[in-house]
Ligand binder design. Structure first.
Ligand code: ZN
Ligand code: ZN
Length: 374
């Protein structure tokens, strides 16, 4: 079938994207779903920083590629051998398909699925197929999802069925921002009620974790960012205190306000500087978790001795250490009870034609979550 899609032709075009137009609106061919795959009509797709990192070349991927990895939609058609889904089902798409067979999958860590990661890196579906093309040119899938398009063919293992009563525009945000931000708090760091927490980097994922920390019973949720606008947004979402990361004494100020640092600090900015700050504001015995995606060359240094003498823990968190089939229904139940007000993250609704302008807005820090509504 012919579909309209936003195609990344090449990485690294200059900003503003409204002028350089790295994403071309084009008609492309989508092949029918193969065995184990489904055709999904995309209802809503979010603009996320990891899309931006592909556009600007920080996270190299093969091109041409149809971007978009945070989405929700409606199942239209099943390929062979698909069980547990039927046409008309509402689904959230998950950007690492899990094979269910490899060692991480067997350990209950599907976010680390090895064939899933390999397929994502090469721009293929889990089956090894590519279902997108343009003329005789094969095109690449983005993280098994490619949701900046009217329809997507995805592995059935990239989709989680959800209740119909969650608006699909909100459901889309659960696929990346919520799964990653809330999961970092409850799964990776293991926050317990009454603990103190700080979130460094207040984009869509960071603000999701501000919401998640409150839902999980944190006594104190501190927001840290370079942007005063984002700090204000964090307070609006329930952060108890905020600190500007640009202040020279930011780490000391947080440590003083918390009598030596927080139990759980999180880094969502994707920068080594932010990671160092998150580490410095973690208390003795505390856990520093990073879920921001820095450029592959970035590294950060910590004093080896205080890992030992202060029993520090540093953890990485990918998709919030999620088990999507377990976690999405839980987070959605919290949303339904008003305890995870994800709708507050949604700042803009745009059309597919406005997507380059949308990425300018994200790049300039003028949006939290923008949704392409189809
Ligand atoms: Zn994302
Ligand atoms: Zn696997």
């Amino acid at each position: 079938m012919k579909i309209r899609a936003a195609v990344l032709e090449e990485m690294g075009r200059p900003t503003p994207y409204a002028e350089s137009r790295p994403l071309t609106l084009d008609t492309v061919e989508l092949a029918p779903p193969g065995a184990g795959e489904i055709l999904v009509r995309i209802a809503a797709a979010g603009l996320c920083h990891s899309d931006l990192s592909v556009i600007n070349g920080e996270r190299p991927r093969p091109t041409p590629m149809v971007l978009g990895h945070e989405a929700a939609g409606i199942v239209e058609e099943l390929g062979e051998d698909v069980t547990g889904l039927k046409p008309g089902d509402h689904v959230v798409l998950v950007f690492v398909p899990s094979c269910g067979q490899c060692l991480p999958c067997s350990e209950g860590r599907p976010a680390l699925c090895e064939p899933g990661a390999a397929a994502n890196t090469t721009g293929m579906l889990l089956s090894g197929a590519r279902r997108l093309s343009r003329g005789n040119q094969e095109m690449h899938h983005h993280m098994g999802v490619s949701a900046f398009a009217e329809y997507a063919v995805v592995s059935a293992r990239s989709a989680v069925k959800i209740d119909r009563d969650v608006p699909l525009e909100i459901a889309a945000l659960f696929g990346c921002a919520v799964l990653t931000g809330v999961g970092a708090v409850v799964n990776t760091a293991g926050l317990r009620p009454g603990m103190t927490t700080a979130v460094v980097g207040l984009g869509g994922v960071g603000l999701s974790s501000v919401l998640g920390a409150q839902a999980a019973g944190a006594a104190r949720v501190i927001g840290v960012d370079l942007s005063d606008t984002k700090l204000a947004k964090a307070r609006e979402l329930g952060a108890t205190d905020t600190f500007n990361a640009g202040a020279a004494d930011c780490a000391e100020a947080v440590r003083e306000a918390t009598r030596g640092g927080v139990d759980c600090a999180f880094e969502f900015a994707g920068s080594a500087t932010a990671m160092e700050l998150a580490y410095r504001i973690t208390r003795r015995g505390g856990v520093t978790t990073t879920a921001g995606l820095p450029p592959p060359s970035a590294s950060f240094a910590i004093p080896h001795v205080n890992l030992v003498a202060e029993e520090r823990t540093v953890k990485g968190s990918y998709i919030g250490t999620a088990v999507p089939r377990r976690d999405l229904p839980r987070y959605m139940a919290l949303y339904a009870r008003g305890r995870l007000p994800v709708e507050k993250l949604l700042t803009h609704r745009i059309t597919l034609d406005e997507i380059n302008e949308g990425f300018d807005r994200l790049n300039e820090g003028k949006a939290i979550r923008q949704i392409v509504a189809f």
